[in-house]
Write a protein that binds this ligand. Sequence first.
Ligand code: AMP
Ligand code: MG
Length: 412
Amino acid sequence: MLPAQEAEQIILNLLEPLNIQQDSEIVNLKSAGGRVLAQSISSKLDFPYWDNSAMDGYAVRYEDVQKASVETPVTLEVVEEIPAGSVPQKTISSQQAARIFTGSMLPEGSDTIVIQENTQRNGNLVTISVSPQPRQFVRHRGSFYQAGESMLKPGIALDAPDIAILATAQYSELKVYRRPRIAILSTGDELVTPDSSLQPGQIVDSNQYALGSFVSSNDAIPIFVGIVPDQPDKLKKAMAQAIAEADIVLSTGGVSVGDYDYIDEILEELGGQIQIRSVAVKPGKPLTVASFDNSCLYFGIPGNPVSALVSCWRFVQPAIKKLSGLKHNWQPTFINATTKNELRSGGTRETYLWGNLNLVGGVPEFSLATGSHSSGNLINLSQTNALAMIPIGQKSIAAGESIKIMLTGQLY
Ligand code: AMP
Ligand code: MG
């Protein structure tokens, strides 16, 4: 039984990120949100493109208005109006001003904006009764970004602000990593699809769907292989095809020590190098990880539905992240929280207990899901958003103590 962190390290070391040349594709900016950038981004333009106004008001020469006050107001001649999108036609000379709007180009000769709230307009004259700061409300060309500097580097997941600057830098298309392809198969003679009429002894295959959703929410493409019975020849064929087609294969079931658990044996027959056979994690002790020469990584995950998801969150998610081209943040994120309930563990394995992380007055608090914490009980795993982690060697954590939490859903 490998400690979880060691297993995680072995898994990450077995994977290379997708190749930035061969494993990339061009996407339209409109569908690039969430994708991992596979090129460097820079712009030939400065930002802002030119000196412009940050407010609605008047463009003036600071020296004309620096002494303006309610007692000694300054009156200037308004020589031009510059709506956004137009180019100033006049140079502002002494005792002159231009009407200006947010984003408009600053006219030659002016250096400061007086906000319209501090002015009084009368025909072609404007009276200013508050002295501004020098260069106030002018956004200077290149003050946010200078042409040619690096703007975005490959390996980041693009979010809304990133998309905004890509638009600003005039990228209507860009290169992103392709999404990893993850094959999913459920193994077991007892399994049937959700639309079948259940016979005694049969179980509906939930793992295929749960893992498919998990894969999609990790920005990867699920390939649904289906249910494969516990028959070595059928398993071998399905596994070989999945290994040939996918970057990662996830199979559930058949990795324990039962008479019908064939996965490890078949992986070896197919030329796989078994790297991990079990991990000191509860639930989810049986975990087979095998590497293949074609760089496919195979995860033989336990069949119990809760164990299957815990294995995915703890070990598969970092693998997908590294594979996807993301430069960092592969490991699960643990958050400190206080526990509302006492938490217990056998002490010999890193133990995960599911429940809800809530913010109580802004402070994260974990409450254990009610009902059975059996690895076969999916029912109370639903509608939880967090796993509390009890480290190996620890048998209990008292209510009110600080614990580490892995978020598995949204925090409300
Ligand atoms: P196994 O790991 O094959 O020994 O399976 C452990 C338990 O998980 C058994 O009770 C199985 O019936 C159940 N199980 C296995 N695969 C699935 C699946 N795809 N969906 C739901 N339950 C499953
Ligand atoms: Mg089985």
